[in-house]
Write a protein that binds this ligand. Structure first.
Ligand code: B16
Ligand code: MG
Length: 240
C-alpha cells in the first residue's frame, strides 16, 4: 500500500521544545526537593503532562494529594509556557521545514500527532501551521501515547487509513503508539529508545523522500496490535 500521509510528532521532531520541558520540570523538582535528571526526563517524552508528573513524583519523599498534583502540573506548565514565548521560526529543527516542503510538493498529506496541549501555540510561534492538513494534539484525546489514539485521530482527519500513514517520532512511547495504530514509523534519536521503529535516523534532517518510499519494502505494519504487546515484543528484541 502506498503511503500518502506523514504524521509528525512535534516536540523533539519538528521543534526544540523538549529542552524547555526539561527546564520546566527541573525547576519544579528543585522547588519541591525532588531529584530529577536528564535521564529521568527521557521517560517523559511523548507522555501526557499528568503522567509525566507521576513519573517525576516516583522519587518524591512524600505522597501528594490530587489537589497538590494539579497545582504542580499547572506550575510546571506556567514555567514551560513562559519559555515558549521565546520561540521563533528559527526554532524549527534543522531540516524540518525543507522536509515538510518536499513532502508537500510530492503530494503527501501532512498531520501533526502530538501529546501536547500547547501544540497550537508552538506551531503558531514557529510558523508551521501552513504545512499541515490536520492536527491532533493533547486537547483532542483522552489517552496519550503509547496509546494509538492521537495517531488514529490524525489519520482520520487526513481522510487516510492507518496503513497509508507514516509516523515520525522521537519517543519510545510514540513509536509504540504508532505501531499500535498499525502505522510504519521512522524513529529519531537513540536506537535504545526508538529501536522498535521500522527505520531509525539521527535527526529529521536525515529523512528524505527515499527514506519514506523505502519503508514500503519492509514488513507490513501490524494491525490492531495493542501497545502492551508492542512493549512486550520490544523487550524481547532488546533482550535478544
Ligand atoms: P504539554 P509530543 C509531548 O509532546 C512531550 O514530548 C511530552 O514531554 C509532554 O509531556 C507532552 O507533550 C504534554 O505536553 O504539557 O505541553 O501538554 O512529543 O507528543 O509532541
Ligand atoms: Mg516528541
Amino acid at each position: 500500500m502506498n503511503h500518502q500521509g506523514v504524521i509528525f510528532d512535534l516536540d523533539g521532531v519538528l521543534v526544540t521544545t523538549d529542552q524547555y520541558h526539561y527546564r520546566g520540570w527541573k525547576r519544579l523538582a528543585e522547588e519541591e526537593g525532588i531529584p530529577f535528571t536528564r535521564e529521568d526526563n527521557h521517560r517523559l517524552r511523548g507522555v501526557s503532562r499528568m503522567e509525566s508528573l507521576e513519573i517525576l513524583l516516583e522519587k518524591a519523599g512524600r505522597v501528594y494529594s490530587a489537589v497538590e498534583k494539579q497545582e504542580l502540573a499547572e506550575r510546571k506548565n506556567r514555567y514551560y509556557v513562559e519559555f515558549l514565548q521565546n520561540l521563533t521560526p528559527d526554532d524549527a529543527l534543522p531540516g524540518a521545514r525543507s522536509l515538510l516542503e518536499a513532502l508537500k510538493r510530492r503530494g503527501f498529506r501532512l498531520a501533526v500527532g502530538s501529546s501536547s496541549r500547547n501544540a497550537p501555540l508552538i506551531m503558531k510561534k514557529v510558523d508551521l501551521c501552513g504545512f499541515f492538513d490536520a492536527v491532533a494534539d493533547g486537547n483532542d484525546i483522552t489517552r496519550s501515547k503509547p496509546d494509538p489514539e492521537v495517531f488514529l485521530l490524525a489519520a482520520e482527519r487526513l481522510g487516510l487509513k492507518p496503513a497509508e500513514c507514516v509516523v515520525v517520532e522521537d519517543a519510545e512511547a510514540g513509536v509504540v503508539a504508532a505501531r499500535a495504530a498499525g502505522m510504519r514509523c521512522i524513529g529519531i534519536g537513540d536506537p535504545a529508545l526508538v529501536g522498535a521503529a521500522a527505520k531509525v535516523v539521527g535527526s529529521v534532517a536525515e529523512i528524505t523522500l527515499d527514506t519514506i518510499s523505502q519503508l514500503e519494502c519492509g514488513n507490513p505494519p501490524e494491525v490492531g496490535i495493542s501497545a502492551a504487546v508492542v512493549y512486550q515484543n520490544e523487550e524481547q528484541i532488546v533482550k535478544g
